[in-house]
Ligand binder design. Structure first.
Ligand code: KG4
Ligand code: ZN
Length: 332
């Protein structure tokens, strides 16, 4: 039985390791964030990210194993993010994982980061049955998936330009709020009026699951350029957040209903946003749908979700070889 899995994640700016059993029981989950390194630049600097992963990886993995109480000789496999993400960053975790698995004489499995996020809902005690519709909202991706098993997904629609998290980050950068923008915007929004400044809701075709956030981002930029905005930053970010949350909520609810599916999951870094969580829950309650959103620790990048995904791929016989490589974009 491939039961105890060490997960490793280094696709962006978090060095993470975790030990998870059976794809669901989290024994440990360690996340070393680099956000303070990238904060002054208003975004992730890839070269710095790779170097920081290299500095942190051994320590983070040891800590995950120590905290789990499961000695390394009782690990059954290593699961690691293979892509998509920053190539240099991915390579650190992927090379480490292959070497570590080889040294323990256990299999290594490469995991798709996006499938990892979808699996974050299985780390909670109340997890969805199949099928469910998942809204994945992160810094690099925004899409809606119809999930029919642990290894079968259909992409129903995705963003044509910016990811939702990227829009949060870019608006924060415009206003000088630093990186990552989502947390700062959520915090400052609490002091603002979300209805004073009306930003557009980019629904595109209301009957499909595609998104576009660049127009909304430009509307915020135009507002800043044409107003003495310093006093109204809380209202600007609250209005922006409200627009994003409205669109995401509408689209995921619509997508579930269009598939006669009664379960919704919201995953990825932006799923940590409390306004979005509230709105999705309220809309789902109104429509009789059940909602699954991971706890905050499993919304952002973490390795427990990678270990959980790896568990199911290993059971399906997927193992990577020492010559396998990482990928930066989703393989179509
Ligand atoms: O999933 P994640 O940790 O990394 C990627 O796979 O991209 O998502 C990071 C994104 C960033 O864009 C960040 O600004 C956003 O998630 N984020 C939030 C919040 N916390 C993180 N966005 C809105 N509200 C939040 N509370
Ligand atoms: Zn992610």
């Amino acid at each position: 039985m491939m039961n105890n899995i060490l997960g490793i994640e280094t696709s962006c700016d978090e060095t993470a390791a975790a030990v998870v059993s059976g794809g669901t029981i989290v024994h440990s989950s360690v996340v070393a964030s680099q956000t303070t390194v990238h904060h002054p630049y208003g975004g992730v600097v890839p070269e710095l990210a790779s170097r920081k992963h290299l500095e942190a990886i051994s320590q983070v993995v040891s800590e995950a194993i120590n905290r789990s109480g499961i000695p390394s000789n009782q690990l059954d496999a290593v699961a690691v993010t293979q892509g998509p993400g920053l190539i240099g960053a991915l390579l650190v975790g992927f090379s480490f994982a292959k070497a570590y698995a080889y040294s323990l004489n256990i299999p290594c499995v490469g995991v798709n980061h996006l499938e990892g996020h979808i699996h974050s809902v299985f780390l909670e005690s109340d997890s969805p049955k199949f099928p469910f519709v998942a809204l994945l909202v992160s810094g690099g991706h925004t899409g809606i998936y119809h999930v029919t098993s642990h290894t079968a997904y259909e992409l129903m629609g995705q963003t044509r330009d910016d990811a939702a998290g990227e829009a949060f980050d870019k608006v924060a950068k415009m206003l000088g709020l630093g990186y990552p923008g989502g947390v700062a915007i959520e915090e400052i929004s609490r002091k603002g009026d979300p209805f004073r400044i009306q930003f557009p809701r980019p629904y595109l075709d209301k009957a499909d699951s595609d998104f576009s956030f660049s127009g909304l981002k430009s509307a915020v930029r135009r507002y800043i350029e044409t107003h003495d905005f310093k006093e109204s930053i809380p209202d600007i970010v609250a209005g922006f957040q409200e627009a994003v949350a409205d669109v995401l909520t509408y689209k995921v609810t619509y997508a579930a209903m269009s598939r006669q599916c009664s379960r919704i999951a919201v995953v990825g870094g932006v799923a940590a946003n409390s306004r979005l969580r509230e709105k999705v829950k309220a809309s789902a309650a109104e429509k009789g749908l059940s909602v699954f959103i991971p706890s905050l620790a499993f919304c952002g990048d973490n390795a427990a979700m990678i270990a959980a995904t790896g568990y199911h791929y290993l059971r399906a016989g997927h193992v990577c070889s020492l010559t396998d490589d990482v990928y930066s974009k989703v393989i179509p």
